[in-house]
Design a protein around this ligand. Sequence first.
Ligand SMILES: Nc1nc2c(ncn2[C@@H]2O[C@H](COP(=O)(O)OP(=O)(O)O)[C@@H](O)[C@H]2O)c(=O)[nH]1
Ligand SMILES: [Mg+2]
Length: 289
Amino acid sequence: MQPNSTAFRLSDFAGAPIVRAETAEYASAERQQSSSAGRGLMRPTMTAAQILVVIPTLNEAKSIGPTIERLRRQGCVDVRVIDNGSSDSSADAASAADAEVIAEPVKGYGMACWRGLQDLPHHSQWILFCDADGCDDIEALPRFIEAANSGADFVLANRLATKAGRKNLTLPQRFGNQLATKLIRLIWAARFHDLGPMRLVHRALLDEIAMQDRGFGWTVEMQIRVAQLGAPYAEIPVAYHARQHGKSKISGTIRGVAMAGSVILSTIAYHAVSRHQRTNSQKSGGDTR
Ligand SMILES: Nc1nc2c(ncn2[C@@H]2O[C@H](COP(=O)(O)OP(=O)(O)O)[C@@H](O)[C@H]2O)c(=O)[nH]1
Ligand SMILES: [Mg+2]
């Protein structure tokens, strides 16, 4: 399948270039809000204090507290922990760290993330997703914010861009992420390099993305939708830490890898087929909605 769009550089900032696909179905957050046209609109400067952090959590009693403390040190105020039916004291540990704790009994990584997006406070215009296991490079947050303030509505961690990141990814994670991102590049012409959990997204973009996945397809679906919409995005080279406590439920187990791998590939296939059908329908003059 040939891409009908090519990613192009929107602007540079001190970190990585901000790019978007030429399809540009998506008007940037300011353009949506102000309904004025054109690039270069003034974007209000955002700080960590304005971000709502969403942390899907399953049995991370020892890691969740330190993760929240690290977020606080970066200036994050609103932290939402979605306790996905933990059998340990994750919820208590998160409460003790002064986070908002929401219980989501239905299991699933995407289910927990989706629950975290319900009933958003009016003032939360930016959402940061990160894991509860302490592996994400929370200290890279200022660079995410810089990219967002420079025009990116989607800022993604790229663990494959640093030695410290690659070192702690398992072989299936490295292989799977490279395969998935190559497929996204081939089909939607967007150059992502990782499917990592740490990502900063504008609320207006999340509304347009309209996430459907409730499981392991959550991260890849979000990136496919960003590519389809032509939303401005940036990738930030980050480290990735080794898990210090608790057990990996996905990349560290054969079952988790097999399930995540098949869900990621089927999510790509589903969106690619839908796109193909839409293109055919447009060619034959049908209803494309
Ligand atoms: N696998 C899994 N992880 C969940 C779920 N709900 C929340 N999580 C959290 O999702 C994050 C990623 O899981 P993790 O075991 O670290 O996967 P890994 O990074 O591939 O080893 C962690 O913060 C988990 O606590 C769920 O239903 N399944
Ligand atoms: Mg993990």
